[in-house]
Design a protein around this ligand. Structure first.
Ligand code: DOR
Ligand code: ZN
Length: 345
């Protein structure tokens, strides 16, 4: 039985670092294990222009504790007013690695997102031309569509038409939560990838709702039925290069989670590698972990893999803090509800 596992240092292809005091507190939690991360632009106000992305990158690097290294891979938040040339310039200079599309109203700080997809067609065409990947929050916002169906409907109504109309556009379906998402990726070519979060490999919708409402398991897209979790686990552990880790680690203070209208997001930066090792081991797929966390993402984004490594060792139960402290208040670390045995040494 494997007791020790050495992997190329992992990257996180979908991460929320926020800003200010929260950034200061959560950045070390990611930088401890991860070399790079795709940084989500849904700040208030959002990171829309190349200049704003450059300033945000500088704030992230300034918040990095001495002795830690970490490379933020910046993104722009797509709006109906985004200038195609600004995107192309920010990409050509190496500043941004992707553009993020939030349907307006789909999730946290998405009010400036896209309502009319025709209005972003010129930007998408430019992105296809110059090779900027599009990261998608894949949920429709139509009030008539049940929240558990919003990803599947998005694929049919929005994603498939965009891909047909914009040949050559490389797309990442972020944080897929359904077998429909898995099947759509599998049925397409290498221009389509998908990130899978740590928490969606572990929880289904019962975790949120059975025995009392559990705000720390509430995130968007919301966790679905068990059969969907199993489809995600199967995809993540399959070795298929189109699926890679994007934790969507999304810190909110406990005050903002534990209230009548709590924020969406699970904070998994701290314990993700232990969680994943446990899940992959249960699937007898520890040999597929490095692909998922460290190889498939760089291949999709056409970036080199990391040269250094991390080692996971199996032993006594590993304890993680239940919360991390921030100047804004405590943030609860994702609790899988089972003991973890793999530690990053
Ligand atoms: O759960 C989520 N939290 N999903 C998102 O799409 C956004 C994120 C956040 O920013 O808090
Ligand atoms: Zn996210």
């Amino acid at each position: 039985m494997t007791q020790s596992l050495t992997l190329r240092r992992p990257d996180d292809w979908h991460l929320h670092l926020r800003d200010g005091a929260m950034l200061q507190a959560v950045l070390p939690e990611t930088a401890r294990h991860f070399a790079r991360a795709i940084i989500m632009p849904n700040l208030v106000p959002p990171v829309v222009t190349g200049d704003q992305a450059a300033a945000y990158r500088d704030r992230i690097l300034r918040a990095l504790p001495d002795g830690m290294s970490f490379e933020p891979l910046m993104t722009l938040y797509l709006t109906e007013d985004t200038d195609p040339q600004d995107v192309a310039t920010a990409h050509a200079s190496g500043l941004i690695k992707a553009v993020k599309l939030y349907p307006a109203g789909a999730t946290t700080n998405s009010a400036s997102g896209v309502r009319d997809f025709d209005k972003v067609r010129a930007v998408l065409e430019k992105m296809a031309e110059v090779g900027v990947p599009l990261c998608l929050h894949g949920e429709v916002t139509d009030a008539k569509i049940d929240i558990f169906d919003r990803e599947a409907v998005f694929i049919d109504r929005v994603l498939d038409p965009i891909r047909r109309e914009t040949p050559g556009l490389r797309v990442v379906m972020e944080h897929i939560t359904t077998s429909n998402g898995v099947d759509y990726v599998r049925a397409n070519d290498a221009d389509l990838g998908a990130t899978i979060t740590t928490h969606h490999l572990i929880i289904n919708r019962n975790h949120i709702l059975v025995g009392g409402i559990k705000p720390h398991y509430y995130c968007l897209p919301v966790a679905k039925r068990e059969e969907h979790r199993l489809a995600l686990l199967n995809a993540a552990t399959s070795g298929d290069g189109r699926f890679f880790l994007g934790t969507d680690s999304a810190p909110h203070t406990d005050d903002n989670k534990e209230m009548a209208c709590g924020c969406a997001g699970c904070f998994t930066a701290t314990n993700t590698m232990s969680l994943l090792a446990e899940m992959f081991e249960r699937q007898d797929a520890l040999d597929k972990l490095e692909g998922f966390t460290s190889l498939h993402g760089p291949a999709f984004y056409r970036l080199p893999v990391n040269q250094d490594t991390i080692t996971l060792t199996k032993g006594e139960v590993v304890e993680y803090p239940a919360k991390i402290d921030t100047e804004d208040g405590p943030v609860t670390v994702f609790d899988p509800g089972f003991p973890l045995h793999w530690r990053v040494s």
